[in-house]
Design a protein around this ligand. Structure first.
Ligand code: 6PG
Length: 471
């Protein structure tokens, strides 16, 4: 250990933490790590090489003593209790004016609670969303910071340096808003991530079940899409997945992976909170439900035997691929539209003062939902800061309208042939409902008033009305 103090401290030297701290060191800052596991500490020291740039310890006291003041300490530990435990273990050693940053997928109300708790002790606190997985942490993640702006100034130079850079060179990090704004934005990012993953998997299902595309062909289709308007991280990795050989048996790994998707909760939180705030995000909702249905593997097998599966109609491969591209493009747009509209409404509810143009801008690189489309989404929100929904942006109207007929074909074909595409159909229904000036909910109001005197409003005059039904 040298006598010199380090610029940045990181607690939690798992894969994400180790990669993040090495990224900080690569960008000209010195960094010190803390982990209770000697193995993790040694792994970092080995990878870090020069201990005058990166060093680590298992002792909290030594860790804190090695950081220059005001200390900048980031936690990359599992969300929930571990965050509180680490914070409390640091408190006896840190000083007023130091900064603690939680970089995990913490629930936003936990962040509000922790900020109040630490501010009372004179310690700064930021809740920061970090996206991009292990590779992102190492080579440049998208970072979504929230908290007090004066606190953010301490860490801004480091975050600007380590964040992914978009094609225009801008770092994919920006101060987003007070309190839990950063964690909230990251939660909705993950909701959109769930939606886009579900949509991609439905397109895969449709292509393999109807036109019997091989994994090699699927690789080519997704790789080609990734060179066009569907260019995105998820389409790119999907194309790579189809090529990956199984290292335990002959064949491709994708064909032997069990079709039960796990989840850590961020997608579910997005849906739950959208319900609480009365914001429709049906593509995200169904993506969560599909992970739950996928978990019922044994029941699904039994039901499959009971009901059987029909033969899927044959379809011309080229036509199907063309429709599928349009459907994926359309539904990616509606997934972003739903997530961003949730951010817009939540911002008003929680006083986050979010700038949706800025959020779209920092999602352009580094994060899981990065996509070429975000360039245009950024422009749309920068052109109109009050845009209530992406579907109302003039630059999106033509392209959405052009894709809709193919989406209808895809959804109709899938429904007729028993291929579940709930993400695609929910996206289409969201669009159809959102663009309908007349919905049948007048009947629901009538029913509510009929059985419960719940009253209704009228289209032709102001006021609240009740009818004596059947009188
Ligand atoms: C990211 C991801 C990441 C998330 C995983 C797993 O932005 O890097 O969102 O934060 O933890 O994607 O999420 P699930 O286990 O819930 O699928």
């Amino acid at each position: 250990m040298s006598d010199k103090k380090y610029d940045f401290g990181l607690v939690g030297l798992g894969v994400m933490g180790r990669n993040f701290i090495l990224n900080v060191a690569d960008n000209g800052f010195t960094a010190f790590g803390l982990d209770l596991s000697t193995e993790q500490v040694e792994a970092l020291k080995t990878e870090g090489g020069d201990i005058s740039k990166v060093d680590a310890t298992t002792s909290t006291e030594e860790f804190v003593a090695n950081l220059s003041t005001p200390r900048k300490i980031m936690l990359l530990v599992p969300a929930g209790k571990p965050v509180d435990i680490v914070i409390d273990s640091l408190l006896p050693f840190i000083e007023e004016g130091d900064l603690i940053i939680d970089g995990g997928n913490s629930f936003y109300t936990d962040t509000d609670r922790r900020e109040a708790y630490l501010n009372e002790k004179g310690v700064h606190f930021l809740g920061v969303g970090v996206s991009g997985g292990a590779k992102g942490a190492r080579r440049g993640p998208s970072i979504m910071p929230g908290g007090s702006e004066p606190s953010y100034k301490y860490i801004k130079p480091i975050f600007d340096a380590v964040a992914a850079k978009a094609t225009d060179g801008k770092p994919c990090v920006a101060y987003l808003g007070p309190k839990s704004a950063g964690n909230y934005v990251k939660m909705v990012h993950n909701g959109i991530e769930y939606g886009m993953m579900q949509l991609t998997s439905e397109i895969y299902d449709l292509l393999r079940k109807s036109a019997k595309f091989t994994n090699d062909e699927l690789h080519q289709i997704f790789a080609k899409w990734n060179e066009g308007r569907l260019q995105s991280f998820l389409v790119e990795i999907t194309s790579e997945i189809f090529l990956q050989e199984d290292d335990l048996a002959p064949g491709r790994i994708v064909d032997v992976i069990l079709d039960k998707a796990k989840q850590k909760g961020t997608g579910k939180w997005t849906s739950q909170n959208a319900m609480d705030l009365g914001i429709p995000v049906p593509t995200i909702d169904i993506a969560v439900s599909m992970r739950e249905i996928s978990a019922l593997k044994e029941e699904r097998i039994e039901a499959d035997k009971l009901y059987g599966r029909q033969e899927v109609d044959s379809i011309e491969k080229e036509t199907l691929v063309e429709w599928a591209e349009q459907a994926l493009y359309f539904s990616f747009i509606t997934a972003y539209a739903q997530g961003l509209s949730q951010l817009s409404d939540a911002s008003k509810e929680y006083g986050y003062n979010l700038d949706l143009g800025l959020i779209s801008q920092i999602w352009r690189a580094g994060c899981i939902i990065r996509a070429g489309l975000l360039e245009d989404i950024t422009i749309a929100f920068n052109n109109n800061k009050d845009l209530a929904n992406l579907l109302l942006a003039p630059t999106f109207v033509d392209r959405v309208q052009e894709a809709v007929p193919a989406v209808r074909e895809v959804v109709a074909f899938a429904a007729k042939n028993g291929i579940p595409v709930p993400g695609l159909s929910n996206s289409l229904t969201y669009f159809d409902a959102y663009t309908s000036s007349q919905l049948p909910l007048n009947l629901i109001q009538a029913q509510r008033d009929h059985f419960g005197s719940h009253t209704y409003e009228r289209t032709d005059r102001e006021g609240i009305f009740h009818t004596e039904w059947g009188a």
